[in-house]
Design a protein around this ligand. Sequence first.
Ligand code: ADP
Length: 313
Amino acid sequence: GRLELVVAEFDPRRLVEDVAASVATRAHEKALAFRVQFESGLPPVLLGDEGRLRQVLFNLIGNAVKFTERGSVTVEVTHRPVERDRVLLEVAVRDTGIGIDPGALPTLFERFRQADSGITRRYGGSGLGLAICRGLIDLMGGKIDVETEVGKGSTFRVSVELRRGHSLQLVTNDSRFDTELVSSGGSRILVAEDNETNQLVIGAMLTQLGHSYELACDGLEVLAKLQRGSYDLILMDIQMPNLDGLAATRAIRALDGSAGQIPIIALTANTMVEDRQTYLEAGMDDHVAKPIDAQKLARAISSAVELQRQSQY
Ligand code: ADP
């Protein structure tokens, strides 16, 4: 059980969003409401063992989804200044699941313990996850605990004290809100893509992420659909017949009102820096390379939608 922490700078918000994105599919499959909330002013850079924190959060959020059949799973990230350059980061994972019997609580964080052997038969698992979480959090000098009620749900809380980091290129987080809601699904997306296989692949990914979507086969169809429907975001292929992605983007940016401000993410095989500049100059907000990585797509969508939401205030 000997472990050493690997301490480096990381963006706590990105970390939580990544873990949430990887569990979101299962939450959506179970029709659970899945929310991630960040308290405003969360430090953009902290120093800590990101990999181990990821493991802990993955376990807690994964368990919350696993042991909840209906209702919601909410992840809440808060922080409190401690000393000059230190903050207490707290992540609460709240579920409306089966809860844990009080008798099981004293040994819950011990190795190979499962709260109930009948539950284990039904849900599977090794009983190691929480023990490992406790071990890692102890190593970080932090705390992990749970409040739970059988049949009502559980809240697991992790808190660790971390030093602030300084990397300027990571400093992007200047939220003006008390709490922000980042739902990993639920956006209405217009997909501009002429290739049928790509349409299927992208469609499947979006459905898995809990988004709804409509297809457009070229830039002209995108413009026509924008006139009629309302969407949260456009995923735009670059090479399309009739009106390509860049020309369509320029045309959209020339529109009045909110239609002209819709977030547009380029989907393209070109990943060269010069190309990226061309997309941004045309008015696109971001870029995801093909073949598309579902996680990168999820992250690009949620940050574009979130930025848009913030800019509307
Ligand atoms: P496992 O690999 O079995 O899931 P864990 O150590 O992660 O192991 O969890 C131990 C036990 O604690 C689980 O088997 C389950 O009985 C209970 N448990 C953990 N998280 C929750 C939760 N969110 N809701 C209800 N029970 C939970």
